[in-house]
Design a protein around this ligand. Structure first.
Ligand code: SAM
Length: 237
């Protein structure tokens, strides 16, 4: 199957319609990621078909799970732009902030956004637990998303402070994460949030199921959080 069909059919199976223009932008993204990945460590996944399945389609799976239209979205620990950039390509009304602790990844993201003409994307080089303490970012986002950054009880403390009361945090996890989700219940409560839904999905042609954990922010996060990273890791909430 050609790349464009893989993208369009794979997205459709997940409930998202991609235009030819969006598929072309994603193809350009795949080529740029492959080129840069040969000289810097951005992703362990190689080959455009796997980039499409395990990065692009996996990211796009989130779109039908919440109302993203016109929303401010922060992708915490975005790495090479997942899931934030594919989401913004497929839903251009998103006001996207990409945040990562590694400068070289943020440099890649800035180049990528220029290449893809994603002019409204904000790329920030910062640690989540520090950025979430700044007035410009704390409680400012309708939705926070994050994939492959930390265990859920740690990740909740890194992500939920960015979300507005009433907003959503979507954590991308493996389907065998039941224990991890249960373990994070007290963190959600302390951070002013409740578990809303656990949604499993299949990526066409990948032969795997993945999971989105949707957590609703119901109250402002207490000032004490997030704590310093060493503390978060040593004593998760
Ligand atoms: N989300 C991307 C994905 O799924 O492909 C990247 C995942 S990569 C395994 C984890 C990323 O999280 C790295 O780029 C790392 O720099 C970033 N990260 C880890 N802890 C962080 C923190 N406290 N604040 C900001 N970024 C962090």
């Amino acid at each position: 199957m050609c790349l464009k069909s893989l993208l369009i059919q794979g997205a459709k199976a997940l409930g998202t319609e991609l235009t030819d223009e969006m598929a072309a932008q994603l193809s350009l993204y795949a080529a740029f990621l492959e080129e840069k990945n040969s000289v810097m460590n951005l992703t362990a996944i190689s080959g455009v078909d796997d980039i499409v399945r395990f990065h692009f389609l996996d990211s796009l799976a989130l779109l039908p799970m919440a109302s993203f239209q016109g929303c401010s979205v922060i992708d915490v620990g975005t790495g090479a732009g997942f899931p934030g950039v594919p989401l913004n390509i497929a839903e251009p009304t998103i006001k996207l902030t990409l945040l990562d602790a590694q400068q070289k990844r943020v440099n890649f993201l800035k180049e990528l956004c220029t290449l893809l003409k994603l002019t409204g994307v904000v790329c920030l080089n910062a640690r989540a637990e520090e950025a979430a303490r700044t007035a410009a970012l704390r409680g400012m986002f309708d939705i926070a998303v994050s994939r492959a950054v930390a265990r859920l009880n740690v990740l909740a403390e890194l992500c939920l402070p960015f979300v507005k009361t009433g907003g959503l945090f979507i954590a991308m996890k493996a389907v065998d994460s039941d224990a991890e989700i249960s373990e994070a219940a007290s963190a959600f409560e302390k951070l002013g949030a409740v578990l809303e839904a656990v949604k499993d999905y299949e990526i066409q042609g990948a032969g795997v199921m993945h999971r989105a954990v949707c957590i609703r922010k119901t109250a402002a996060t207490p000032e004490a959080y997030p704590r310093r990273y060493a503390k978060i890791q040593k004593s998760p909430l």
